[in-house]
Design a protein around this ligand. Structure first.
Ligand SMILES: Cc1ncc(COP(=O)(O)O)c(C=O)c1O
Ligand SMILES: N[C@@H](CCCC[NH3+])C(=O)O
Length: 389
């Protein structure tokens, strides 16, 4: 929900841009940290959701670690000031160059996703005279009940080591003298809203932890990944229920006194704290359809084109509060890009719209700015922060 003063300020800023509400970000981070504290859970922020340095500075200050998926993200986390001993590095395709860079930065842990990667990491660590700490990313075959494009923990997904390969993995760990096994890692998918899914994950984590312990491995870290979803339909219901989320892990994970539980949350921490602010360029009235053509498109926010993802769209200039007399029209809300999938919503009910109206595409703090592209040689998308306005 935007105040009238925000809307009049938006009118004076060149669109499109991502608008970050840093107060809301702080509240969300604090809520997560407070909910995790009683259980001594460790939180790593998943940079892939948004690596904007201003956001990262807030996240680092709260004391979270960083979950990275490229050397670029590891570097960014270190530059912003995350403690290198709180950085984890996952990814099915870490290149030798990336592994070497992370070894040089002495990160906390490599989440290893294949047996071959164990061998490569061991060789590269040996060449540097180092020992790398590793957690084995296991594919637990747990259905996350989310969009199939963002499910990661099923047998058909490319992520992690499958359960039937664990005996070979254990053998490799014994051979690799420049690796120190510290635990097991999971991540079953993103935008998970059915929390029961996490009970199933906990059961699998308990089984795999026992499997390694039975074979003489000391499982110090249980990393259960991230994936907690946000309510895209109610962007003003802004802070996810971190208490309910952590309570499930507290109730269903069997944690031994020497074990630590780690999380890698992305979307839930940053998703609601941004909106893409964009302007209506043209209104096209057709026989079958009415179109609003915005000055932002799939190049600025890719999620609707990529996953048919829903984002609430609000015409701030004609909202009921601003103009209580406006009539409701159904529009396809599209961008300027030369692709038919460049559409933010079809048949969306909006107040009658005029050229120059300011729109907010809500809940775009996660996987928004960072997934922007230069396709059509578009200008780089800018960011504006509530504290600057
Ligand atoms: C390994 C890993 N950890 C953490 C995350 C963060 O996910 P989310 O933003 O859904 O919390 C992802 C992305 O899905 C991931 O691939
Ligand atoms: N990029 C996705 C989520 C993928 C998470 C990374 N494994 C989204 O926009 O929802």
């Amino acid at each position: 929900m935007f105040a009238d003063k925000d809307i009049s300020k938006f009118n004076n800023i060149e669109t499109p841009f991502y608008y970050y509400d840093t107060d809301l970000l702080q509240k969300t981070l604090r809520s997560c940290a407070d909910a995790a504290k009683p259980y001594h859970f460790h939180i790593h922020y998943a940079l892939k959701a948004n690596f904007n340095s201003v956001l990262l500075a807030h996240i680092k200050t709260i004391g979270f670690g960083a979950d990275c998926v490229s050397a670029g993200e590891v570097r960014r986390a270190v530059e912003v000031g995350f403690d290198h001993k709180k950085i984890v590095f996952a990814g099915v395709g870490k290149s030798d160059k990336e592994i070497n860079e992370a070894l040089d930065l002495d990160i906390f842990c490599f989440n290893v996703e294949s047996i071959q990667e164990l061998e490569v990491l061991n060789d590269l660590a040996r060449a540097k005279g180092k020992t790398a700490q590793v957690a084995i990313r296991i594919n637990p075959n747990v259905d996350a009940h989310t969009h199939h494009n963002i499910t990661t923990g099923l047998d058909e997904n490319k992520f992690g080591i499958n359960s039937w390969d664990l005996p070979e993995c254990a053998e490799m760990l014994r051979i690799c003298s420049n690796l120190e096994f510290i635990g097991i890692h999971f991540h079953i998918g993103s935008q998970i809203t059915n929390l029961d899914v996490y009970k199933n994950l906990c059961i699998r984590v308990n089984e795999f932890s026992a499997w390694f312990e039975d074979r003489g491995f000391n499982v110090k870290v249980l990393n259960v990944g991230g994936g907690l979803g946000i309510d895209y339909y109610n962007p003003d219901h802004q802070i996810p229920d971190f208490e309910a989320y952590f309570e499930i892990f507290n109730n269903f994970l069997e944690v031994k006194p020497n074990q630590e539980v780690h999380f890698e949350l992305g979307r839930a921490l940053v998703g609601q704290s941004a909106s893409l602010i964009t302007k209506a360029l043209y209104i096209k009235k057709g026989k079958k359809k009415n179109f609003v053509v915005l000055d932002a498109g799939m190049t600025e926010l890719m999620r609707p084109a990529l996953y048919q993802a829903y984002h609430k769209i609000e015409n701030l200039s004609q909202s009921k509060i601003v103009n209580p007399k406006s009539s409701i029209v159904k529009y396809d809300i599209v961008g300027p890009i030369c692709e038919s999938t460049d559409c933010f919503g079809k048949e969306v009910e909006q107040p009658e719209t005029f050229r120059g109206d300011i729109f907010a595409i809500r809940s775009t703090g996660a996987y928004g700015e960072v997934m922007a592209s230069k396709y059509n040689l578009r200008d780089e998308i800018r960011a504006v922060y509530s504290t600057e306005m």
